[in-house]
Structure formats: structure tokens, C-alpha cells
Design a binder for this molecule. Structure first.
Ligand SMILES: *Cc1c(COP(=O)(O)O)cnc(C)c1O
Length: 221
């Protein structure tokens, strides 16, 4: 089956220590199940409703990552089960995640999304906004979210040098944030960057989590 061949080809290029998140958005339950049976247990979705539907239909030991933009009013639907929220881009959102995590008696792993691309459409925080968030009283008092690292998306371009530069910027931001705010915190160790078109570049620049969709599942229509 080509799905499994695709998975194996991607896995070959991923060193140990880097987590592969198979991005299954728009793809059917059967495809996810086929990969699950081949021992791929980590999947990413970018829409809340689709994530909830797939969570309900599939084995409960799947580790589900929400990788897309998240609206505050939808946090409650995923808080009971989500393993990691990648695109946290405001204090307001983090406050809501903490609140819903408390309700579910959980601690939820989150990544803060940093803006690194050229396009204005991509969500994310600037380094100054990131620092303001991490220094806020609300954040410091939060008990039920765990910031495990940073996430970013490079510009959608064929210019490899530009992509590499953006990943380098994000890696550099990671080091700065780590040394200022998480120096003695082992949990802050993840850098979520890299997709089908650029995951090898991302790994070369320090990524620890790659989010790969179309290379495994085929193009989305
Ligand atoms: C869709 C998506 C991906 C995967 O994209 P591919 O190019 O299909 O690998 C990765 N990250 C985010 C945030 C996405 O929305």
C-alpha cells in the first residue's frame, strides 16, 4: 500500500529524537487507521471539529496534536484529550487552555507560535510579544499548561536559503527564550518546525517535531 511506503520513506529521513507528526487533515479514518496499524501513533489536525470527530472514531491511544490556529471558544472541545496544542499565539488563548485544563483535571502541553514568515497571513507572536506573555502575572500563575517549546511556519517559497534563514531565526529565538525563561526547566525542549516541503531543512536547523501531511497522505484536494 502506497501510504505505508510513503510513511517509511519519510521515517527514513527522520533521526531519533525528532518526532514525526502525521498531518491527517481532510484525510479519511481508514487512512489514519492503516498508519496506526503500522505503528504511527502521532497525528496532527488543524480543525477542532475534525479533530474531535476523528478522536471519537479512532483508537484512544493515538496522540493527537492540534497544529492549526485555535479560537478561544473552541478550546473546551479538545481539552479532554488533546496531547499538544502547537499554535498558541496569545495570552488570552493560553488563559482559556489553562481554565479548560483545570476543568478536565489535566496539564496540557503547548507550544508558543512565533511569527517567522514573510506572509502577513501566518499567525504568531513576535519575540517581544512572546517575552511579554512569559513575564505576565497571569502566565506565571498558570498551573495547568506546560510550555514545551516553540512552533513556527516558514514562508511558502521555493527559495531554500530564505526558508533556512527563517528556521535559523526561530532556533535562535528558542535559545534566547530557553536561557531567559526556562533555563532550569527540562520540559522546554521542543521546536516544532518543518512540513512536507521543508522538513529536512528544518531538522538540519534544529527541529525536534516535524508536521508532515501530503508527503505521507498524498496531496489534499
Ligand atoms: C497542513 C499543515 C501541515 C502539513 O502540511 P504538508 O505540506 O501537507 O506537509 C503542517 N503544519 C500545519 C500548521 C498545517 O496546517
Amino acid at each position: 500500500m502506497s501510504l505505508l511506503t510513503n510513511l517509511a520513506k519519510v521515517q527514513e529521513k527522520i533521526p531519533t529524537g525528532v518526532k514525526l507528526i502525521a498531518v491527517s487533515k481532510t484525510k479519511p479514518i481508514e487512512s489514519i487507521l492503516a498508519l496506526y496499524e503500522a505503528n504511527q501513533k502521532v497525528f496532527g489536525e488543524n480543525k477542532v471539529q475534525e479533530l474531535v470527530d476523528k478522536y471519537e472514531a479512532l483508537p484512544k491511544d493515538i496522540e493527537w496534536h492540534l497544529i492549526g490556529h485555535l479560537q478561544t471558544n473552541k478550546v473546551k472541545y479538545i481539552a479532554p484529550f488533546v496531547a499538544c496544542i502547537h499554535a498558541v499565539d496569545s495570552l488570552k488563548l493560553l488563559i482559556e487552555i489553562n481554565k479548560q485544563a483545570i476543568k478536565n483535571n489535566r496539564v496540557i502541553d503547548c507550544l508558543l507560535q512565533v511569527f517567522i514568515a514573510e506572509e502577513e497571513t501566518k499567525f504568531g507572536l513576535s519575540i517581544e510579544e512572546l517575552q511579554a506573555l512569559l513575564e505576565s502575572k497571569e502566565f506565571i500563575e498558570m498551573q495547568n499548561v506546560r510550555i514545551i517549546g516553540l512552533m513556527g511556519m516558514a514562508t511558502n517559497t521555493l527559495d531554500e536559503e530564505k526558508i533556512r534563514e527563517e528556521f535559523r531565526t526561530l532556533e535562535n529565538d528558542f535559545q534566547i527564550i530557553k536561557s531567559h525563561y526556562f533555563k532550569f526547566n527540562e520540559e522546554f525542549q521542543e521546536l516544532s518546525m518543518g512540513m512536507s516541503g521543508d522538513f529536512e531543512l528544518a531538522i538540519a536547523e534544529g527541529s525536534t517535531m516535524v508536521r508532515v501531511g501530503s508527503l505521507i497522505f498524498g496531496e489534499r484536494s
